[in-house]
Design a protein. Structure first.
Length: 503
């Protein structure tokens, strides 16, 4: 971003139009980069003088200053002195006091000689070190720009547009990547709604205070949002600008602004600590539901909402949406309730901060409400999902035959359930006339007979396990028990196979 004093805009026709850099400004961008490159090893004062000379030659000095303010962040400035400046000043002050003060050039020279003697350097070295840490005296020690002249133009235009958004009170965006846009809006703690227009869905972004009055307080967040907006292939943004008390509109498109080919700064992964905490704890469970962040938008009358999460059941196409309501104002809550009122034919679970006092309103809209304080209790959510799961299992069980005859001689119950697209629990009431249930495996009798012929008392456990592994069994204990054997343990891992009735 640029500072406001470097903003270049036109107000022609009552609008608000950033003066973007164009192809014709590429030579000026290259010259500005060249000034920095040529002054590696020189002082900042010399660099500033060279930039001032370039400004005097250019048609618009603000453009040069805009380029140089961006480039300056890529240069490394260091203090170069024979003696650390603070130490040199202390030594010179003590020396001056020793000679009774410094009022003449001769007294100054004497003080410098005394200071130099105590520091083990020359008087000139002390003199140069006294002010070496002033900005103008610092030296350009390294300059490795991440932008070519063309990329500098791109970065300048992005930064200029971001600076213009400092005074925005509302931003409206249409994007070819609306999901990424909404995710960025939520990360920046901005309020939004999605409206359906004749030209497509439009995301309207404000800050909480905008519910009460127009405010420019969120301009920096709008500016950061633009970087995310500009990564989409096609987008259009309209911003309402408070231009020193007068309302103007600024229009930007993907033709005006893009992001140069550099890595953006990393941003937080979740919209709030409450969401991050819940997701981390839920994903640590061994559960038949998969957590999906920011699922597809839901139609809500003339607008759209994107819930925070969705839960997908692993054994069938069933989804429960999950919204965490912990936002700021009664007006926002009223808007959320309105959206929930208009959502139809979906299952929505809403965790609602108890301080909002709207649990009953949510329940009245046929959605499940889970009150919370501070953090959402995972157990409360799991209990509700278990209810859904119980109904789903019952439905799946009713669709299964009373008997199943797998083609395989040996198959796990888990694999059989997966083949039928149901949970393992759904198979509890099914019988298997041609198989025996051994542990969590279904086994035909002829396989058991073959194993009985291959295993005998006195064999080592490791040999038996090798035989079972070749037949597809990973759990030796269940098969051995079925065949009437036990393990006589020798240490923690080794053992010998014995008949259960052997002593």
């Amino acid at each position: 971003m640029l500072t406001k004093n470097l903003r270049r805009v036109s107000r022609a026709g009552g609008g608000y139009h950033p003066k973007f850099a164009g192809r014709q400004d590429r030579p000026l961008a290259a010259k500005t980069l060249g000034v920095f490159q040529r002054h590696v090893g020189s002082s900042r004062e010399a660099l500033d003088d060279a930039l001032a000379a370039l400004e005097s030659e250019a048609d618009d000095f603000k453009l040069v200053r805009g380029f140089s303010s961006l480039i300056d962040r890529e240069a490394v400035f260091e203090t170069q002195a024979a003696v650390p400046p603070v130490r040199a000043r202390r030594a010179a002050f003590e020396a001056a006091m020793a000679v009774g003060g410094v009022a003449t050039p001769a007294e100054r020279e004497e003080a410098l000689e005394r200071a130099a003697s105590s520091l083990g350097v020359t008087p000139d070295a002390v003199d140069r070190s006294l002010t070496a840490d002033r900005d103008v005296e610092q030296v350009v020690t390294e300059f490795d720009p991440r932008w070519t002249p063309d990329e500098l133009l791109t970065q300048y235009n992005l930064s200029l547009a971001q600076t213009c958004l400092f005074d925005a009170t509302e931003v409206r965006v249409r994007s070819s990547d609306p999901k990424a846009l909404v995710s960025a809006v939520k990360r920046l703690r901005l309020m939004y709604e999605i409206r359906k227009t004749d030209e497509g869905r439009e995301v309207v972004v404000t800050g909480p205070d905008a519910l009460f009055q127009g405010t420019r307080r969120y301009g920096t967040a709008f500016a950061r949002l633009l970087r995310s907006v500009a990564t989409a292939d096609d987008w259009r943004l309209t911003a309402t600008i408070d231009d020193r008390g007068r309302t103007r509109e600024m229009h930007l498109t993907s033709d005006d602004v893009s992001v140069p080919g550099v890595e953006p700064m990393a941003e937080p992964g979740f919209d709030s600590d409450v969401e991050a905490d819940f997701a981390a704890r839920f994903r640590g469970l061994d559960f038949d539901w998969e957590l999906v962040r920011e699922p597809e938008p839901l139609e809500t009358g003339t607008s759209v909402m994107i819930p925070d999460f969705a839960f997908d059941y692993k054994y069938g196409e069933f989804r429960v949406f999950f919204e965490i309501m912990g936002f700021w104002t009664p007006e926002y809550v009223a808007k959320k309730l309105g959206q929930l009122d208009d959502v139809e034919d979906v299952e929505i679970l809403v965790a609602v901060d108890e301080s909002l006092g709207v649990s009953e309103d949510i329940e009245a809209r046929d959605h499940r409400a889970i009150p919370y304080t501070g953090s959402v209790r995972v157990k409360d959510v799991v209990d509700v999902l278990r209810e859904y799961e119980s109904n789903l299992v019952a439905d799946a069980t009713s669709s299964l035959p009373d008997e199943l005859v797998p083609d395989e001689d040996v198959v796990s119950v888990a694999d059989l359930a997966s083949a039928y697209g149901v949970s393992i629990d759904a198979l509890d009431g099914v019988s298997y006339p041609e198989h025996h249930l051994v542990g969590r495996m279904l086994v035909r009798q002829r396989v058991l007979d073959s194993l009985a012929d291959s295993i005998e008392t006195g064999m080592s456990l490791s040999d038996v396990e090798s035989i079972l592994e070749t037949r597809g069994f990973s759990d030796a204990s269940a098969i051995l028990s079925r065949l009437g054997y036990r393990v006589e343990w020798d240490g923690l891992t080794g053992g010998t196979i014995r008949k259960k009735d052997e002593t």
